[in-house]
Design a protein around this ligand. Structure first.
Ligand code: FE2
Length: 132
């Protein structure tokens, strides 16, 4: 992000100034640096996921195979960007690490994992009980 974009962000409270989805819901001056950084990461993740959906839909509806290949490549890069942001959130924002460790790379019912954790009163950490 360049200096001009940063000033625009501060003025409009959004990265792109579109007003579609606000990065900040509280006065930015009242946020500590860590919360502000997390807000930027979350907003960026939202944008990456939107881009994934745009490209994915375009791949499905584009007839020219060479354009479709480029769009699929771009979609896959946006997925990579989203994954990078998710990892940053895991390292820097409370609860992400626990949630991702609980739900990612599992094969049990996702809802059952959550239910097992709630039944044991420890969030979603009771997945061991689901495994026979
Ligand atoms: Fe991206």
């Amino acid at each position: 992000m360049g200096i001009i974009e940063t000033k625009y962000e501060e003025k409009n409270n959004t990265i792109h100034g579109r007003g579609e989805s606000m990065q900040y819901t509280e006065p930015v001056e009242s946020l500590d640096t860590k919360t502000n950084d997390c807000a930027k990461a979350l907003k960026s993740l939202q944008e990456e996921l939107e881009a994934v959906s745009y490209y994915h839909q375009r791949v499905a509806t584009t007839s020219d195979p060479t354009i479709r290949e480029i769009l699929a490549h771009n979609r896959d890069e946006e997925i990579e960007h989203a994954a990078m942001l998710l990892e940053w959130l895991r390292r820097n924002m409370d609860e992400w690490d626990d949630a991702l460790r609980t739900y990612l790379f599992t094969t049990d019912s996702i809802v059952a994992i959550e239910g097992a954790g709630a039944a044991e009163g420890n969030g979603a950490l009771g997945i061991g009980s689901l495994k026979a």
